[in-house]
Design a protein around this ligand. Structure first.
Ligand SMILES: Nc1ncnc2c1ncn2[C@@H]1O[C@H](COP(=O)(O)OP(=O)(O)OP(=O)(O)O)[C@@H](O)[C@H]1O
Ligand SMILES: [Mg+2]
Length: 463
């Protein structure tokens, strides 16, 4: 038994074929043109029977839209054709139709062809399920960890990831919030649909509304064409709102409405558009406190804080540091590069205010700029010395090397007359010198992408 969508402008055919199929136990949805057919199409549709020539939208276009649409809404399509359009039926098969039926067709011929198509559909569904199970069987969350501090978090993550539940991830900068959000997506049934990440703190407030909700053509000056917006781009998949605490107050009610109604109102008006996504949010702030301080709407907070996952800081799981270090060494392309035990011990005792991201960046710097055949403590001392504040036990951020580098290079600032551009040029010149003119190493040393360095070198005519 299957759910069949029958599209034909001939009402007589709809009635007769519909009757035959229903008598055989199928559920039939019969419509008179392609556009109406596409509206009725859904994940539960098992089979489409479509005429080719119809007003509004013909069968070829229906077929094309189905073939290019999302994988889970791709039922087999049987084309119904009259004698004069056999050539088109053949073309339809080349475009992916399951088969065609010549009108007029006999009852048994119709039922037999439909049975075959439905069997194929069932096999295809089993196949998808198996493939999903296989790809996920050994798939993990992507977190490298030992036993201990991460246990609770990972257990909860594995439990909630496969569901459709809204998840709020809390953790300090660099602890792996985005990695956790991706795991929620990858381990869910939406894994082969889009994962759309929006950093609510990185987009200027004026652009944020149309970026998120989309806009109509002409909605504002410069909107010379319509845009879907990031929320609708996540349709079928997962929407990841990173740094949710930074979402401007003016947009908080609008997001709340999307979450309540599951529809989006594009900037500029028009009808609300239905959207289906799973929501994952992340923050490094105490959202409770933001609500109390009046910076974050309480009703929105309750909507997003359904399942809260907290990622411990790296300093609370120092025994993971050697594992992570080895992992990043391999990730940075050095399978066989050893690290000296003294180096590993020194790494374990650093403050790690920038958490795993800081460890990853530091690893990259050492891997690129090491002096010998292994990574040693002298590489660490040379490339990332702990500043005096740290060695006296005071915590000090050192996510990038710029804190220590700036102190080393600059000393106290002059009273007046410091040009940031001149300073930047000077730092780039010295870094180039230090790295023997090697641009890749210089970019890594400065913590910027290589193309950014090259752009600056050209802009300042250095090198
Ligand atoms: N336990 C881990 N195992 C392996 N890689 C990790 C782990 N934790 C974090 N990473 C990696 O470290 C980097 C930083 O992690 P991520 O971007 O997820 O952190 P974040 O919490 O989103 O940081 P921020 O607050 O700065 O945006 C990423 O490259 C991520 O893949
Ligand atoms: Mg992040």
């Amino acid at each position: 038994m299957g759910q069949i969508l029958l599209i034909d402008d001939d009402s007589n055919l709809r009635e007769v074929a519909g009757f035959i199929l229903q008598s055989a136990g199928h559920e039939v949805d019969a419509v008179s043109n392609g556009a109406a057919g596409l509206e009725s199409l859904g994940p539960d549709t098992d089979l489409v029977l479509t005429d080719i020539r119809m007003p509004v939208m013909g069968g070829m276009e229906v077929l094309e839209r189905i073939m290019n649409g999302p994988a889970e809404i791709r039922p087999p399509v049987i084309v119904l054709t009259a004698h004069g359009t056999v050539e088109q039926a053949v073309a339809a098969m080349k475009s992916g139709a399951f088969t065609y039926l010549l009108k007029p067709f006999a009852r048994d011929e119709l039922l037999l062809t439909v049975e075959q198509a439905l069997r194929t559909r069932a096999l295809q569904r089993d196949n998808d399920r198996l493939r999903h199970l296989l790809t996920n069987r050994n798939r993990d969350t992507g977190f490298i960890h030992g036993p201990g501090a991460m246990d609770d978090f990972l257990e909860q993550l594995k439990q909630v990831a496969p569901t459709d539940a809204t998840v709020l991830i809390h953790g300090a900068s660099g602890t792996g919030k985005e990695l956790a959000a991706r795991a929620c997506h990858d381990l869910s049934a939406r894994w082969d649909q889009p994962f759309v990440a929006v950093n609510c703190g990185a987009i200027p407030e004026t652009l944020m509304e149309s970026e998120l909700f989309g806009h109509l053509k002409g909605a504002f000056t410069g909107a010379d064409r319509a845009a879907t917006g990031r929320i609708r781009a996540a349709d079928g998949g997962t929407l990841f709102l990173d740094e949710i605490a930074e979402l401007p107050a003016s947009l908080q009610p609008k997001l709340l409405r999307v979450l309540e109604d599951r529809t989006v109102d594009p900037v500029g008006g028009g009808p609300a558009i239905p959207v289906d996504f799973r929501l994952v949010c992340a923050t490094n702030r105490d959202l409770d406190a933001e609500v109390t301080a009046g910076n974050f709407r309480e009703d929105l907070y309750y909507r997003i804080n359904v399942l809260l996952l907290h990622i411990p800081e790296l300093a609370e799981r120092r025994s993971d540091i050697p594992l992570l270090w080895e992992h990043f060494t391999r990730l940075h392309g050095e399978e066989n590069l050893a690290s000296d035990p003294n180096l590993l011990r020194a790494l374990e005792s650093r403050p790690w205010r920038g958490n795993v991201r800081e460890l990853k960046n530091l690893n990259q710097r050492l891997v690129l700029m090491r002096k010998g055949d292994s990574l040693t403590i002298s590489d660490l001392d040379r490339l990332a010395p702990t500043s005096p504040a740290v060695s006296t036990g005071l915590p000090k951020p050192e996510e990038t090397r710029s804190d220590t580098a700036a102190e080393l290079l600059l000393g106290p600032l002059p009273e007046a007359g410091l040009s940031l551009i001149e300073l930047e040029k000077e730092v780039i010149r010295r870094a180039l010198d230090l790295c023997g003119g090697n641009r890749t190493k210089t970019a890594a040393y400065l913590g910027i992408p290589r193309h950014v360095l090259i752009y600056r070198l050209e802009k300042y005519a250095i090198g």
